[in-house]
Ligand binder design. Structure first.
Ligand code: NDP
Length: 487
């Protein structure tokens, strides 16, 4: 049973091992998007708090115990943090659902295990990532070291507030870096709580700092701070581009995981029952506020009418409901602004000539909340705005295609390249099409699967660098080559 009664504590900054107020004393209120009611006050970090957090992180990096800790001990601390996250699963899931509006089913069954999985997985790498001895010349003993970068600034979005802490902080910390993380202003609560749990797990003061605050103030101050060596960012392409320019000035390394408008391609020879389920979860999981959402559904002409009919029926049954109810599968959008953006796109699509075959409306639950129905727009052409722009809500655009070449052409005809799905019983076609799609992840007869062990990131305007998997360890380390003369 989800705890619906206990009040949520005011949120603080986690800075140099302590939960503290902002130096300015400023706070902001975080709001439950399902009820439109305040949840609690949260300390609002300003540039002066960023400065003290970065200084604490630098001190912890240069003189403190974290990079000097025996790898096996650092591994143990991060593993313990994974365990503590699981021990506090109900509490974290509730906070996430209150703050973000996502169904408690997702917070509890998907998000919490994923964050714990990140800390467990990357703790394993602490003792495994090694340099190499390289055979260059008998006159030298030559080897490489994989060293941490220093202080990593992590700026994360509101759609997966807790999971993003795991994706960014777990590998950065595992590789011996110190972290200053800013959660989105709309959803700061779970990051703060994980920051507290990190201290309980034995992460030393200054190593992992959490600074809730505004992107344009605290976020920008982190990016510009000369004491930060690298920025890892997930969010909109527009802000990502801005951050990249700022990083150029400071010659900072940067990883960007940005928007998407991913094609989910259904061939006529697919298992249609599975494909209808996959098309539905591909867009409506996470309320469609998912960077990799399968928001462009490409359907082969021969099955188009039947498929869209089944899809519309399934979408019609998926009604928004109280996110704290374990049976709910479609929650509230994160904010009134996001809801209005999404509803605006539905109007735009209809105005462009698309046909609304399911949903399309706001439906308050118990008279409140930013809930939008599961929406399907049919007869979309790939040049329309609803086919090209990231809507970031429960709105699916259905586009027809004629054959595999046409599917690949339409699938790739977009600035983004984050993910793609395809559904077919033909194994050769599956692999051939997967290779031709310009996307960082391709799911075959599946959609929306993630694991700490599988790299994730974009092609084209969806960004560069990788979160997760062995690939992401390079994002948080640098290689030092050592030449020892033996003569
Ligand atoms: P943003 O890109 O603005 O926010 C992402 C993070 O960046 C937040 O922590 C934000 O802080 C921070 N930020 C904002 N401006 C700056 C800045 N100048 N310097 C440093 N950090 C900054 O996304 P939005 O919340 O505005 O969402 C807008 C759209 O972006 C969505 O509709 C969606 O299309 C897309 N989006 C994509 C995501 C993805 O996973 N690819 C995730 C979220 C959004 P704060 O929130 O406190 O302002």
């Amino acid at each position: 049973m989800t705890d619906t009664l206990t009040p949520v504590r005011a949120g603080k900054l986690i800075l140099n091992g302590e939960a503290v107020d902002a130096l300015s004393g400023r706070t902001f209120t975080t709001v439950n998007p399902a009820t439109e009611e305040p949840i609690c006050a949260v300390a609002e970090a300003g540039p002066e708090d960023v400065d003290r957090a970065v200084k604490a992180a630098r001190a912890a990096f240069e003189g403190g115990p974290w990079p000097k800790m025996r790898p096996a001990e650092r591994q143990r601390v991060l593993w313990k943090l994974g365990d503590l996250i699981l021990e506090h699963a109900d509490e974290l899931a509730r906070l996430e659902t209150l703050d973000n509006g996502k169904p408690i089913f997702e917070s509890r069954q998907i998000d919490v295990p994923m964050v714990a999985n990140c800390f467990h997985y990357f703790s394993g790498w602490v003792t495994k990532l090694a340099g190499e001895t390289l055979p260059v010349s008998p006159a030298f003993f030559t080897y490489t070291l994989r060293e941490p970068l220093g202080v990593v600034g992590a700026i994360i979005p509101w759609n997966f507030p807790m999971i993003m802490v795991g994706w960014k902080a777990a590998p950065a910390l595992a590789m011996g870096n110190c972290v200053v993380l800013k959660p989105a202003e709309l959803t700061p609560l779970t990051a703060i709580r994980i920051g507290e749990l990190a201290l309980e797990a034995g992460v030393p003061p200054g190593v992992f700092n959490i600074l809730p605050g505004k992107g344009s103030i605290a976020g920008e101050a982190i990016v510009k701070h000369p004491g930060v060596d690298k920025i890892t960012f997930t969010g909109s392409t527009e802000v990502g581009r801005h951050i990249m320019k700022l990083c150029a000035d400071g010659m900072k390394k940067v990883t960007l995981e940005l928007g998407g408008k991913s094609p989910n391609i259904v061939f006529a020879d697919a298992d249609l029952d599975a494909a209808v389920r996959g098309a539905t979860t591909g867009i409506f999981y996470g309320k469609g506020e998912v960077c990799a959402a399968g928001s462009r559904l490409l359907v082969e002409s021969g099955i188009h009418d039947e498929f869209v009919g089944r899809l519309a029926e399934r979408a019609g049954k998926l009604q928004p409901a109280d996110p704290l109810d374990p049976k709910t599968r479609l929650g509230a959008l994160v904010s009134e602004k996001q809801m209005n953006t999404v509803l605006g796109y539905v109007d735009t699509g209809v105005g462009e000539g698309a046909k609304l075959v399911a949903g399309g409306k706001r439906v308050p639950v118990n008279g409140k909340g930013y809930f939008v129905q599961a929406t399907v727009l049919d007869q979309v052409e790939n040049h329309m705005r609803v086919a090209q722009e990231e809507i970031f809500g429960p709105v699916l655009s259905v586009i027809r295609f004629d054959d595999a070449d046409d599917a690949v052409k339409k699938g790739n005809d977009i600035v983004y390249g984050l993910a793609a799905g395809l559904w077919t019983r033909d194994v050769k076609k599956a692999h051939a099409v997967a290779r031709r799609l310009q996307a960082g992840t391709v799911w075959i007869n599946a959609y929306n699967f993630y694991d700490a062990g599988m790299p994730f990131g974009g092609y084209k305007s969806s960004g560069f660098g990788r979160d997760l998997g062995p690939d992401c360890l390079r994002e948080y380390t640098q290689t030092k080559s050592i030449w020892l003369s033996t003569e």
